[in-house]
Design a binder for this molecule. Structure first.
Ligand SMILES: Nc1ncnc2c1ncn2[C@@H]1O[C@H](COP(=O)(O)OP(=O)(O)OP(=O)(O)O)[C@@H](O)[C@H]1O
Ligand code: NI
Length: 335
C-alpha cells in the first residue's frame, strides 16, 4: 500500500440500537480499518452481520434510536460527528457516492430516471450549456452503469430490480466522489452484468476513463459491501470479513481467495460454502446481536473452538481468532 493518507479511516466505530424495554442491539462493534486512495475494500459477511448499518453510520443515515461511538475520518471530516447540514450538503453524493442496497427505495417514485439523472448531473458536476448538454451528460452517466437509453423515460416502478440497481449506480457515479460506497451493488443482476457493473465501480477508483481533470488519478476509493464473493474476488484489493458486528479478518484479496487463504475459521467457512469450492455451508446460525456471548461470537459454530474462546479475541495481525489458520506473517502484516 502507498504511504498516501487514507481516503477513509474508521477507528473504533460502534453502533448500538436502543430497543424498547432497554434492550441493546450491538449492530457494529469496534470497526477499525482504512481505505486507501486507489483501493477497493470489499466488506463481506452473512446477512444481518452489520454491513449496511456500518454504511449508514458513515452517511449519517441511521435511525433515531441508534447511538454511535468512535471516529470515521474522510479527510479531516469526522463523519460521525458531522451535523446533518454538512452531511446533506457536502457528504452525500459529493464526498461519498452511495449505491444503496434498496435502489427502488432511493429513487424518486414520481420522476423519470432521465430527470433524476439530469438533476443530479446539474447539481453535482456543474455541467452548463443548456438542455442538450445536460441531456447528453445524463445519457453518458446512464451508459456508464449499463442503464439502457430506451428506459430513461421510465419511472422507477416500471423498472425491474436489475434496472433500478443500474439507475442507482448511475446516480452514484455522477459526482465522482472521493469515496464510493456500494451496498450490494450487484443484487438482481445476471453474471455478465455483475461483471460489467463491478468493473465500472473499479474504474471509478482506477480513474481509467481519463477523468483526471482534477489531476487526481487514483485518488478515489471504493468500499463495496457484498454477498457476492466472485464479485469481490474480481475487483477488491482487500477483504474485510464481518461476523456478528465485528470485523474478524482483514486480508489482501489475492492471499484471501488464493494462497494461503483466509485465516479466520469463519472466513474459511464462507469460502467453503461456495458452489465452486466445497459447497458446504457454515453449520448453525449467527448469534442474536441483542444477546451476544461474552467471548468469540463464532465459537459456537467453530470446529477449532477451545476454552480459550470464552475470551474475546483481539484483532491481532489482522485476524480476531484464538486459533487462526497459519499464513505468511508478511501477508498478514501487509493487510
Ligand atoms: N433500526 C434498527 N433497529 C434495531 N436493529 C436494527 C435496525 N436496523 C438494523 N438493525 C439490526 O442490525 C443488524 C445488522 O443489520 P444490517 O442491515 O447492517 O445487516 P447486513 O449485514 O447489511 O445484512 P444484509 O446482508 O442482509 O443486508 C441486524 O441484526 C438488524 O436486525
Ligand atoms: Ni445490508
Amino acid at each position: 500500500m502507498t504511504g498516501r493518507a487514507p481516503v477513509l479511516s474508521v477507528r473504533g466505530l460502534s453502533v448500538r440500537f436502543l430497543m424498547p424495554g432497554g434492550r441493546r442491539v450491538a449492530a457494529v462493534t469496534d470497526a477499525h480499518f482504512d481505505v486507501a486512495p486507489g483501493e477497493c475494500l470489499a466488506l463481506i459477511g452473512e446477512s444481518g452481520c452489520g454491513k449496511s448499518v456500518l454504511a449508514s453510520a458513515l452517511l449519517g443515515l441511521l435511525p433515531g434510536n441508534a447511538r454511535t461511538a468512535g471516529r470515521a475520518l474522510l479527510g479531516d471530516l469526522d463523519l460521525l460527528a458531522a451535523d446533518e447540514r454538512t452531511l446533506a450538503r457536502t457528504v452525500r453524493g459529493r464526498l461519498i457516492g452511495l449505491v444503496p442496497q434498496s435502489p427502488a427505495a432511493h429513487l424518486t417514485p414520481v420522476r423519470t430516471v432521465r430527470s433524476q439523472l439530469e438533476e443530479t448531473v446539474a447539481e453535482l458536476t456543474g455541467v452548463r450549456g443548456g438542455r442538450k448538454v445536460l441531456r447528453e451528460a445524463a445519457e453518458a452517466a446512464a451508459e456508464r452503469a449499463a442503464f439502457p437509453a430506451d428506459h430513461l423515460d421510465h419511472h422507477p416502478h416500471e423498472l425491474s430490480g436489475g434496472l433500478a440497481q443500474r439507475a442507482a449506480t448511475a446516480l452514484a457515479l455522477v459526482g465522482d466522489a472521493p469515496l464510493l460506497l456500494a451496498d450490494e451493488p450487484t443484487t438482481g443482476l445476471d453474471r455478465d452484468l455483475v461483471d460489467r457493473t463491478v468493473d465500472e465501480l473499479r474504474r471509478h477508483v482506477d480513474n481509467a476513463e481519463g477523468k483526471g481533470a482534477r489531476g487526481d488519478a487514483g485518488s478515489r476509493a471504493l468500499l463495496m459491501i457484498t454477498h457476492d464473493l466472485a464479485a469481490a474476488a474480481r475487483i477488491a484489493d482487500r477483504i474485510a470479513v464481518m461476523y456478528a458486528g465485528r470485523i474478524v479478518e482483514l486480508a489482501d484479496a489475492d492471499a484471501f481467495f488464493g494462497a494461503p487463504g483466509p485465516r479466520h475459521p469463519y472466513s474459511r467457512g464462507l469460502l467453503d460454502a461456495l458452489p465452486d469450492r466445497a459447497f458446504t455451508p457454515v453449520p448453525g446460525l449467527p448469534p442474536e446481536l441483542g444477546a451476544l456471548p461474552g467471548g468469540c461470537a463464532f465459537a459456537a459454530r467453530c470446529d477449532r473452538a477451545t476454552d480459550a474462546c470464552a475470551d474475546l479475541p483481539p484483532l491481532r495481525h489482522a485476524v480476531a481468532c484464538h486459533h487462526p489458520h497459519a499464513a505468511l506473517t508478511e501477508a498478514a502484516d501487509r493487510a
